[in-house]
Unconditional design. Structure first.
Length: 268
């Protein structure tokens, strides 16, 4: 065979392999990587920590979880804060007061409520821990669209777009996120939609209460069939953790991340 022919066939062969790789890498859902740990509201159930505090994010970074979850609300004067709400201190709903009023009440560990910017800045220091950002439901769809826009701007400004995943109870928020950040993972929390319905809306995962999966165990397999991820909250009992790991869920969100890490290690 002449050199020319060898080069020609070799080139064609490489082109074929390359295009097959490109095709399959785009259409095959990612290989399951086993169940991964998400710390619910950070690792708050530990010395000096509190739910949604910077200390809780730091503690989750220190034990090396897959992701650390936190809650985002917008105050009446359009500031994004990391706090569960709606109640905080003497305030009935943090969304109805100003940033200054909300910050007047400290968290149980003495920390101030973090701004979203402060929280993301700390998150960025450990790129191995993914930021699982829950946008809380707000008063109207218009307000929710505005919150989504502001959150996406804050995430971009902090340079953590690749490190952040989103979750929300509000379907409107999930759909806005899917529309405005189509490459980002968005999971729905409310538990009332099937994997197929979520898939049709362009939502990437279901993140449901454990009771929803007890009632609809087939949803785990169906979700994977449609290329959706499965996250389960809030799982603190060892027997539940074992049951969910055995059923192949992708993520477990827990207040006891170290216990879950132990259970997973034992299973390996
Ligand atoms: Mg939450």
């Amino acid at each position: 065979m002449s050199i020319k022919k060898i080069l020609l066939y070799g080139g064609l062969f490489l082109l074929l392999v390359g295009s097959m790789y490109y095709f399959f890498s785009r259409t095959t859902p990612p290989e399951p990587q086993g169940t991964r740990v998400i710390a619910h509201r950070g690792y708050w159930d530990t010395e000096g920590s509190a739910q949604n505090s910077l200390a809780a994010l730091r503690a989750s970074q220190a034990i090396g979880v897959y992701g650390s979850e936190f809650d985002v609300n917008m105050t009446a004067d359009d500031q994004l804060i990391v706090v569960h709400g709606p109640r905080h201190g003497e305030i009935e709903n943090v969304q109805n007061v100003t940033f200054e009023e909300a910050r007047a009440y400290a968290l149980p560990n003495g920390e101030q409520i973090p701004t979203l910017a402060e929280y993301l800045e700390l998150g960025k220091q450990n790129p191995d821990v993914r930021l699982i950002l829950e946008i809380k439901s707000h008063a109207t769809p218009e307000r929710e669209s505005f919150v989504v826009k502001k959150v996406l701007e804050a995430v971009k400004a902090a340079g953590v777009e690749q490190q952040t995943e989103y979750i929300a109870f509000s379907l409107h928020i999930c759909r806005e996120l899917a529309r405005l950040a189509p490459k980002t993972d968005v999971a729905y929390l409310s538990g009332d939609l099937s994997p197929e319905e979520l898939h049709d809306m362009g939502i990437d995962g279901l993140d449901y209460n454990i009771n929803v999966f007890v009632k609809n165990p087939q949803w785990i397999e169906q979700a994977h069939f449609f290329g959706l991820t499965v996250n389960v909250w809030t799982v603190n009992k060892e027997e539940d953790m074992r049951m969910l790991i055995d059923n192949g869920v992708d993520f477990i969100t827990t207040d006891a991340p170290e216990l879950l890490q132990q259970v997973l290690q034992e299973k390996e």
